[in-house]
Design a protein around this ligand. Sequence first.
Ligand SMILES: Cc1cc2nc3c(=O)[nH]c(=O)nc-3n(C[C@H](O)[C@H](O)[C@H](O)COP(=O)(O)O)c2cc1C
Length: 174
Amino acid sequence: MAKIGLFYATDTGNTRKIAKKIRKQFAEDEIELFDVAKTTPEAMLDCEALIIGMPTLGDGELPEPLAEFLGKVEASHLEGKPIALFGLGDQVGYPTEFVDALGITYKKLKKLGARFIGSWSAEGYEFEKSKALRDGEFVGLVLDQDNQADLTEDRLEEWLDLVKPELLGEAVAG
Ligand SMILES: Cc1cc2nc3c(=O)[nH]c(=O)nc-3n(C[C@H](O)[C@H](O)[C@H](O)COP(=O)(O)O)c2cc1C
């Protein structure tokens, strides 16, 4: 049984590539990847921690398979688990809807009592509006493969350093 379940949606494959990069940073038995188009939220019951990744599509919308998946998530699927989110978007093409799907996902799961980790500074991105901002920070890691792919490795590494201990249940109090 994998400790961490990484659930992702993708349209053109970028988010799957990031999911695979994340998988490489853990031992094989520590993490399992799930495409939300091919699974149900029951799969979360076998996980002790969750990572959820998604692109924003349409005009600031969730990918359809993720919308369906989130519609079936219940509080019991999330209970007691740290949840780290990451979102992909295009700040140049969609400056007023930048990574909105990240914010929509956060809001839906927050209502079910989710405990989030891994918020991320909005410095270094240029956009006008985003539903993924809470108190000036993004609610999860933000990656822009369309315009800032060269920054992705460093951002990923820094964010994983931040969330890894808690995802693995190794965080020390105090
Ligand atoms: C039709 C379409 C609509 C998009 N809409 C948005 C958007 O509203 N906001 C945003 O930040 N990015 C938007 N993007 C950019 C994607 O989120 C970005 O290219 C992402 O890397 C795609 O990930 P994927 O390959 O996993 O589908 C859009 C891309 C496409 C093709």
